[in-house]
Ligand binder design. Sequence first.
Ligand code: GLN
Length: 195
Amino acid sequence: MTAGPRVGILALQGAVDAHRAALERLGATVEMVKRPDQLDGLDALVLPGGESTTMSMLLDSSGLFDPLAKRLGDGLPVLGTCAGMILLASDVLDGRADQRWFSAIDLTVRRNAYGTQIQSFETDLDIQGLDVPFHAVFIRAPGVEVRGTDVEVLAEVDGEPVLCRQGPVLVAAFHPELTDDDRIHQLLIDQVGPR
Ligand code: GLN
């Protein structure tokens, strides 16, 4: 039997345990990433939901920001969910003045774009390439304001992209780890080539 891929979860802050469970169900070996040396040997990475402003500060103070930017620049397959999507965007609106991001996917996103009344909502999403809808939970989700022409839209809500891909970078405005449906995590694992 071949060992599953080694998948890291950025574990500085936010919703990490449910991601671990999903990845382990898919046969991955999971590494909780809190220090730069824990990036070594990863085949893929998850940037979870949480608070992108706090994660930005912790990425700086942990010394992870630059080494992680380098791995992303080298094409590490990555899934960013909610705050993780914000961290991977090319531009962030309504962020903190000192907030940093990785510019790994050509999207301008607005934090908390879905407004105060419906900060959280759930919906069944039709996702390109998946035959059955995916039950998606949105929590203070970011919205896409500008999308580069190289970005594929895999799902939309009311005409707005909520699941996008550009090469090895997959971003979801929702929280795919909050259901037992592992198909979004499977899309990440599918990006890992032969090792
Ligand atoms: N609103 C949060 C942020 O801006 C993201 C929310 C989430 O990850 N559920 O970072």
